[in-house]
Design a protein around this ligand. Structure first.
Ligand code: ADP
Ligand code: ZN
Length: 720
């Protein structure tokens, strides 16, 4: 019988409800139909095929271009007890053969492959699937790579048009985070999708707050920012390789845990640093845009652009790496005129005026984003062709909407300068002229003008700012010529000659919010949260996987909010599926309980919205010292199963309670595990260590249970 998607979501992934249109997409696929899914980064694309993969009989083939991402996803699935694997060119033939064998036996639920592996030299996987395996679903990740119109065309994706020819009855789901109209059509055509539906989601990332700060005293501002985010992971993007190295060095010298990352480093250094970042051992990655493709890390709390990005597409993609776990995150961009000049130069493509124009236009839009007075989110969404409200409340312009103030004198000074130079010069020139710059760029005859130096009282940036304000409110205009120059308008004449007043916005004094972000309605125990993070890191190190694959920050915050005391409580916490509860549940419960004992707190699990209809239960006794209760029942002669039933806890939990007393010498192992079993387990322990119960279980005879293993491990700890 097929398990329902909701059951899988709960029991395997530990989530309460589907997001966006995940459920509709999954139902559609389970109906045997094709789908094209457009969802922003962090939207939850993976579950759209992982859940059906677990509902269906057979294996789901996931095509992905990024080897790093594949490994990450497979690790995450294995941690949730899902049988998954990937095939790639780095594998030993024997490893590959083992995977094929699993496919033959229909033992794998998900197989990740790069597109070129599908008809690879060593094996024609498509043919193999047809003849020897049971494919259930094809998922095409980063589907825009199939289109020449997309920004990341990969010719090897073209093989995928074979899928529908060879497997006409197997549903295909294509997923991407960016696709315009042309690309969408191309994906459908290339994959030959027939009975398909397009599922589109808003590109809005509501949990990201956008800030643009003037690039003045930038390093100090950056230090201030990082200081208030010391425990968080983040990425700082720079334009050049040198800049990343220099900034990383400076930050290290200032006591921050930062490293540089760029394409000029050798591969092993890159891999190593990426790995350390994923494991939270490097907190700040100072990187060029070479970093981030295929980084699935869910708890990146901020993305900083130390330099201006080249276009909105890049900016959106890079900032999108923040907050994939849905928790509040920040995007901060330091904007300075110098970068605009630099990028303008980069955009000049020799002998290719069309391309140059495209690049310059895109740069203009990026600059306009930085200078806009309207909501930044609205600007981004409109850029991607989406409607948006005027006010979002979570971007700097919405947060700090400045008042209009009377700036008539300022306006007059600027306009006079524009008039005096005969409307033949640009923004920067006017600002320099007003400031009385000694630069040789200022023509000698202009140094004689009355306006020369009348603006010494304000910094250059401010003059630039007010000039732009005048532009955007129609008091000035920009010529269309090759070198844009400032010109007066009808409106300016009213100011210069008829004494009309001008009201402008003052420059924004941006200060990022420093008080801790309120993640949820309910307050959570911050010390406990930090404590749980440490526990998570310890486990991650033992198992050699990134911490966020064990549990996301939002799961830990859920724990620190609702304070679960029992395994049952735990199953109500986001991210705790059956398998993970089995494996890590007790460790986390213990931390929560210790903390609560210390602080005299009771569980708040009742405040958690019930996931589904809650069965009526007998009221649970208030157990602050839950292990002791299990011990007392045990000593009164009850069996483990009876205790579990009586206490409404799982057998696993009771076992863990009793194991504790075995390790402290209060209970005798021989009453729990017969000596011959103990012997087998001890041998396995010397071979595999004790960090992964699953590994031990898999390498021991069927009849040895998790309980046996736990008790024996506990017994070995008496002597140590
Ligand atoms: P994408 O591939 O679209 O960038 P992911 O599939 O990596 O996004 O999902 C982003 C994060 O959201 C992951 O940590 C994932 O576990 C989580 N997530 C996805 N769907 C849900 C859901 N229904 N409930 C809770 N968390 C979810
Ligand atoms: Zn806004």
């Amino acid at each position: 019988m097929m398990a329902s998607p909701a059951t899988i979501l709960q029991s395997v992934f530990g989530y309460t409800s589907f997001r966006h249109n995940q459920e509709a997409i999954i139902d559609h696929l389970l109906g045997g139909k094709d789908a094209l899914v457009l969802m922003p980064t962090g939207g939850g694309k993976s579950l759209c095929y992982q859940v059906p993969a677990l509902c269906l009989d057979g294996v789901t083939i996931v095509v992905s271009p990024l080897i790093a991402l594949m490994k990450d996803q497979v690790d995450a699935l294995l941690l949730s007890g899902v049988k998954a694997a990937f095939l790639n060119s780095t594998q030993h033939p024997s490893e590959r053969e083992a995977i094929l064998q699993q496919l033959r036996k229909n033992e794998l639920k998900l197989l990740y492959v790069a597109p070129e592996r599908l008809v690879g030299a060593e094996i024609n996987l498509l043919q193999f699937l047809k003849e020897q395996a049971t494919p259930a679903l094809f998922a095409i990740d980063e589907a825009h790579c199939i289109s020449q119109w997309g920004h990341d065309f990969r010719p090897e994706y073209r093989i995928l048009h074979e899928l529908k020819i060879q497997f006409p009855n197997i549903p295909v789901i294509a997923l991407t985070a960016t696709a315009d109209g042309l690309t969408k059509k191309d994906i459908v055509d290339q994959l030959q999708l027939k009975d398909y539906r397009v599922f589109e989601n808003s590109f809005n990332r509501p949990n990201i707050t956008y800030y643009v700060k003037p690039k003045r005293n930038y390093y100090d501002e950056l230090l201030d920012y990082l200081e208030t985010h010391k425990d968080d992971s983040g990425i700082v993007y720079c334009l050049s390789r040198n800049a990343t190295e220099k900034l990383a060095e400076d930050l290290k010298a200032d006591g921050f845990n930062a490293e540089a990352y760029h394409a000029g480093l050798d591969k092993s250094t890159r891999d190593q640093r990426q790995d350390l970042f994923l494991k939270d051992d490097i907190k700040i990655m100072v990187a060029t845009i070479a970093f981030g493709m295929g980084i699935n890390k869910s708890n990146v709390r901020y993305v900083i652009h130390a330099d201006l990005p080249k276009n909105i597409e890049g900016y959106y993609q890079e900032t999108g790496r923040a907050g994939r776990d849905g928790l509040p995150s920040e995007a901060v961009l330091f904007y300075g005129a110098g970068d605009v000049m630099k990028l303008k130069n980069f955009a000049q493509i020799d002998n290719n005026p069309e391309q140059t124009k495209i690049l310059l236009d895109k740069l203009d839009k990026m600059v306009a984003f930085c200078e806009t007075r309207q909501c930044r989110r609205k600007y981004l969404l409109n850029y991607f062709g989406e409607q948006a409200p005027e006010y979002c409340g979570t971007c700097d312009t919405c947060i700090h909407k400045p008042e209009l103030s009377d700036q008539t004198i300022v306006a007059q000074k600027i306009m006079s300068a524009v008039a005096r130079v005969n409307e033949k010069f640009g923004l920067g020139y006017i600002a320099d002229l007003l400031r009385g710059s000694n630069s040789e760029k200022i023509r000698p005859e202009h140094k004689e003008l009355k306006v020369y130096g009348i603006g010494k009282d304000k910094p250059r940036d401010e003059w630039m700012h007010y000039t732009r304000e005048l532009l955007s409110s129609g008091y000035l205009q920009m010529s269309d010529s090759q070198y844009p120059v400032l010109q007066l308008t009808e409106k300016s004449k009213g100011v210069l000659f008829r004494g009309e007043k001008v009201f402008l916005h003052a420059p924004i004094q941006i200060t990022t919010v420093k008080e801790p972000v309120i993640y949820q309605q309910l307050p959570y125990e911050n010390d406990l949260f930090e404590n749980l993070k440490k526990l998570r890191n310890k486990i991650a190190h033992e198992e050699n996987v990134p911490a966020y694959l064990i549990f996301s920050d939002s799961s830990l915050i859920d724990l620190a909010t609702y304070l679960p005391f029992t395994t049952d409580d735990l199953s109500k916490i986001s991210g705790f599926g059956v398998y993970k509860i089995e494996k890590y549940g007790e460790a986390f419960l213990e931390h929560v309980q210790d903390y609560c004992n210390e602080q005299g707190l009771d569980t708040r699990i009742e405040l958690k919205q019930p996931k589904r209809e809650r069965k009526t239960k007998q009221p649970r006794e208030r157990d602050t010292d839950t292990k002791k209760v299990s011990l007392e029942f045990y000593q009164s002669g009850m069996s483990i199963t009876d205790i579990a039933e009586k206490r409404l806890l799982s057998v696993n939990t009771i076992e863990t309670h009793l194991a504790f007393y075995i390790s402290s010498g209060k209970l005798d192992i021989n009453n729990f595990v017969p000596p011959d079993k103990q012997e087998l387990i001890r041998t396995a322990l010397t071979k595999y260590g004790k960090s992964s119960l699953r590994l031990l279980k898999e390498n021991l005879p069927e009849e040895i249970g998790y309980g046996d293993i736990k008790f024996t491990i506990a017994a070995t700890e008496i002597n140590s």
